[in-house]
Design a protein around this ligand. Sequence first.
Ligand SMILES: Cc1cc2nc3c(=O)[nH]c(=O)nc-3n(C[C@H](O)[C@H](O)[C@H](O)COP(=O)(O)OP(=O)(O)OC[C@H]3O[C@@H](n4cnc5c(N)ncnc54)[C@H](O)[C@@H]3O)c2cc1C
Length: 520
Amino acid sequence: MVHTLSFQVSPKIAANDFLLKKQVAEQLSLPMAEIHEMRITKRSIDARSRNIKINLSLLIASGNDPSVPFEKIHYEKRDVSLQPEVHIVGAGPAGLFAALRLIELNLKPIVLEQGKDVSERKKDIAKLNLNQGCNPLSNYCFGEGGAGTFSDGKLYTRSKKKGDNRRVLELFVLHGAKPSILVDSHPHIGSDKLPEIISNMRKTILECGGEIHFNKQVVDFEIHNDCITKLICSDETIPTKQVILATGHSARPLYYALHNAGVELEAKACAMGVRVEHPQDLINHIQYHGNVMKELPAANYSLVHQVDGRGVYSFCMCPGGIIVPSMTADKQTVVNGMSNSRRNSPYANSGMVVELQVSDFKNFERYGELAGLKFQEQFETLAYQNGGQMQIAPAQRISDFVRGKISGTLPSTSYIPGIVSSPMHFWMPDCIAKRLQEGLKFFDRQMHGFASSDGIIVGVESRSSSPVRIPRNQETLSHVRITNLFPCGEGAGYAGGIVSSAVDGMNCADAIVEKLRVKN
Ligand SMILES: Cc1cc2nc3c(=O)[nH]c(=O)nc-3n(C[C@H](O)[C@H](O)[C@H](O)COP(=O)(O)OP(=O)(O)OC[C@H]3O[C@@H](n4cnc5c(N)ncnc54)[C@H](O)[C@@H]3O)c2cc1C
């Protein structure tokens, strides 16, 4: 017989197969020898009190059933080499999942990516960490897998938009991710595992007759009768019929190219701030109420507060992670965070950002719909000017930042290029700095020690979301005027994070098939 069971156990029991089986046998009033197989279908931690529990749901095979039924992940690999072509600009999560979906729908994806494949890309990332400058086409944001490749790979999403989140996780598993991401409430892959998974996705696309072209930057568009007829790349011009534009929110030259070509864009609300970093031991101690056990993972947190009518919130928290230089050009300083699959660095970091409205970009009004982009550029330039040379980032102890004091010394950090003390309360725009100060004071009351001198802020976290939207029709998902342009993913302003960008990619593929079906 196959049983389903949901219950709470201690972290020690959850981490030990024998103890867990014993517990299951007790719950089912069966001898242990009768239990043939157990499979966890859901797992989460309840750390609201000192008595920390693990919530588990399981399928259990006993008696005449030797095993739990196995649900095979299905992906039909078809030969699409001679099928109608769809050009996808950008090989991030949105672009890659759009390509995988197009193949299932019997269309041929041709992916154009300005950056390099993952293994070549690693060399440019190493240079960034060695403080040797930024390749504007190959960095933490650009190249095969997009910003999703060296991205930590947290796969939970707050997005409630229509889409198949589960399918995204399944396709990750099919390409090499651990099946546990299908059951964990906070699934995570890790930056050490993602590159191989991404190159496996490339292999699937190529095996099925799709194409992927690296070092292929789209710089302009030829538009006739509200249709893109040609994609102009730096080295050739490509005729096209359908375009999925999945270029991510760091593709500034592309926003300018669209703007210059008269393609309608919109300014949108976004969020900017800093990255906070603490010793992981401190975060474990706070979150596990002093009851830290080796069976528990590095603790995370999620914080939110309203200051002067705007949200101040933690974002992309990386337990046991490192802060990384995620600028896309020289003379800008931008940071983000990632962690390896084991989450075993001694540091915990998180974005700590303030919600910004279009009204905050008043000084840049003359740039119209690109005002937020100009604000973002200036914020990153300020961080560069107030940091050290090249990728060295400005930093301040949190206790000093909230009191408006310069830090005489800084604690150690995971940020490899290095940090330099800077009065960030002074030079960051007030709409960000003042709210961050209030937010951090509030969070210190929720998590005692959060705003202590053990924590630092590192600047700046400016790319948590796009300040520009490429508006599209909500039904057809095509641009509001250019009928064969499908703005997709984070750069189009319709997603935030790996899963929602991937879902948006699949939705755009579905929308193209629907369009072609209606036309025929
Ligand atoms: C360090 C870091 C850590 C992150 N951690 C997480 C996390 O743990 N979980 C999470 O959900 N999200 C995380 N994110 C965010 C996540 O990576 C993005 O939300 C996601 O990658 C967006 O997907 P996308 O496909 O829309 O765009 P992108 O991933 O930005 O991909 C766009 C691609 O388009 C290419 N491109 C741009 N312009 C052109 C052009 N003109 N011609 C050709 N190609 C072009 C770029 O080179 C890039 O490869 C992280 C981001 C970073 C930088």
